[in-house]
Design a protein around this ligand. Structure first.
Ligand SMILES: Cc1cc2nc3c(=O)[nH]c(=O)nc-3n(C[C@H](O)[C@H](O)[C@H](O)COP(=O)(O)OP(=O)(O)OC[C@H]3O[C@@H](n4cnc5c(N)ncnc54)[C@H](O)[C@@H]3O)c2cc1C
Length: 396
């Protein structure tokens, strides 16, 4: 078979990795289903790829078929609301309701930030703090993307899913998706393809105006974003202003893709923020940020012994605390901009949590730096940082 002309260095935002054996791109929902059933039927290794912004592949490439998801489409699926007198936004695509949610259905390959822009332009709140996150919509529930106090778990109402085991399309309700911090059933072995995602968004207008330009966000939940907007945590702000402020904050940290800025050649945060027991958190230095989780949830607790971690189940578990991986890395002595001499991999100059490809890095370079950071944090604090991206043919 002819080797794929496109390498993972071209298909992923980390810009490393060799070629897959085969690449099959699907641009319609029907083509995606047909392609997947065909590839799965061959019993060869397969890999799903959307925007490639959370995937790092080995320099040797992938000895199997990549299904590249490039389906498009955003539609409003729930419009059965009454429009309060004098409050309807104008235009053919304007939302038709003020009360309750409006549900939009987004095909998996739709670029995530286009969806946020769509929602904001129509005065629909719920996604605005997730502005600027790269990648595809189908991947958004996989790791429950989140930023600046919002997560998709808060707004996903259901997922249309092609199940690998049955070959059938089913609808999975949000209650069955097992969402947690950067976690869902799709990260825990539920194999298949997210074909489309339904989001229940809040049409939120000021009481005396009708324009989408003055539509309000959900309450701002993140202090740094509230500061940037000049409001208090818990206040609302104009949707467009929230989107602009998030994009500006993210750009200052190298967290918006920019072809001219090598600090953005990354997978975003390389490590997830560790979730540990309260008793373990007490062993850390006084300055270590600690964020008690509101209600104990099923989460993976970082191990102290090099094992894969312990799954702490639900309400009866110990009180859990989220730590800041960036703080731990800096406190272990890793500085922004640090790079191993002779390697193209470096810590971002703008954010300690991002490992970047400054140009010419190999997958091995990236993983070598990741292992170095992990080892330093382990030796200082006794916990093993866990990688956020999907690693293919690579180990940490
Ligand atoms: C600069 C930068 C900033 C980032 N900031 C954030 C952030 O603030 N918050 C955050 O949460 N993430 C962030 N990320 C990570 C990344 O953007 C998200 O995880 C995004 O959702 C990945 O989408 P993708 O399409 O690129 O995924 P890919 O890398 O293509 O795939 C990721 C995983 O999802 C699987 N997958 C992809 N599509 C589907 C599908 N349709 N059905 C089932 N499985 C699928 C893949 O097989 C793979 O396991 C950032 C990344 C970068 C580069």
């Amino acid at each position: 078979m002819t080797p794929s002309p496109r390498t993972f260095a071209e298909l992923t935002t980390m810009r490393v990795g060799g070629a897959p054996r085969e690449l099959r791109e699907a641009t319609t929902r029907e083509q995606l289903i047909e392609t997947a059933l065909d590839v799965w039927g061959s019993n060869e290794p397969w890999l799903l790829l959307g925007g490639g912004s959370n995937t790092i592949v080995a320099d040797e490439g992938f000895d199997g078929t990549v299904i590249l998801i490039a389906t498009r489409g955003i539609s409003e699926v729930s419009t059965s609301f009454t429009v309060p007198a004098g409050r309807a936004a104008s235009g053919p695509d304007a939302p038709t309701s003020h009360e309750g949610s409006i549900v939009i259905r987004v095909q998996a390959g739709e670029p995530w930030d286009d969806v946020v822009a769509f929602a904001v332009s129509r005065g629909l709140a719920g996604l605005e703090a997730l502005s600027g996150i790269p990648g595809s919509t189908g991947a958004s529930p996989v790791q429950n993307i989140g930023a600046y106090g919002q997560e998709v778990a808060d707004v996903v109402s259901s997922v249309e899913f092609l199940d690998y085991l049955t070959g059938e399309v089913e609808t999975i309700a949000v209650s069955e998706l097992g969402f947690g911090y950067r976690d869902s059933i799709f990260k825990r072995g539920r194999l298949g393809i997210v074909l489309s995602v339904d989001f229940a968004l809040t049409p939120s207008w000021r009481s005396d105006t009708v324009s989408d330009a003055t539509a309000l966000s959900l309450p701002i939940a993140y202090p740094q974003l509230a500061d940037a907007l000049g409001v208090a945590v818990g206040d609302r702000a104009e949707l467009r202003r929230v989107r602009d402020a998030v994009l500006e904050l993210r750009a200052s940290k190298g967290m918006v893709l920019d072809p001219t800025d090598t600090d953005t050649v990354s997978v975003g945060s390389f490590f997830v923020n560790p979730i540990v027991t309260e008793s373990f958190a007490r062993t850390l230095p006084a300055g270590a940020p600690r964020y008690p989780l509101e209600a104990p949830v099923a989460q993976r607790v970082m191990p102290l012994d090099g094992s894969a971690g312990t799954q702490v189940a639900g309400v009866d578990g110990p009180t859990l605390v989220k730590l800041s991986a960036a703080w731990l890395i800096e406190a272990a002595g890793v500085k922004r901009g640090f790079g191993v001499p002779g390697s193209g991999a470096a810590i971002s100059r703008k954010h300690t949590l991002a490992i970047t490809n400054r140009g010419g890095a190999t997958s091995d370079d990236i993983m070598g730096l990741a292992r170095y950071v992990q080892a330093l944090v382990q030796s200082h604090f006794g916990l093993i940082l866990q990688p956020e991206p999907n690693l293919i043919g690579l180990e940490i």
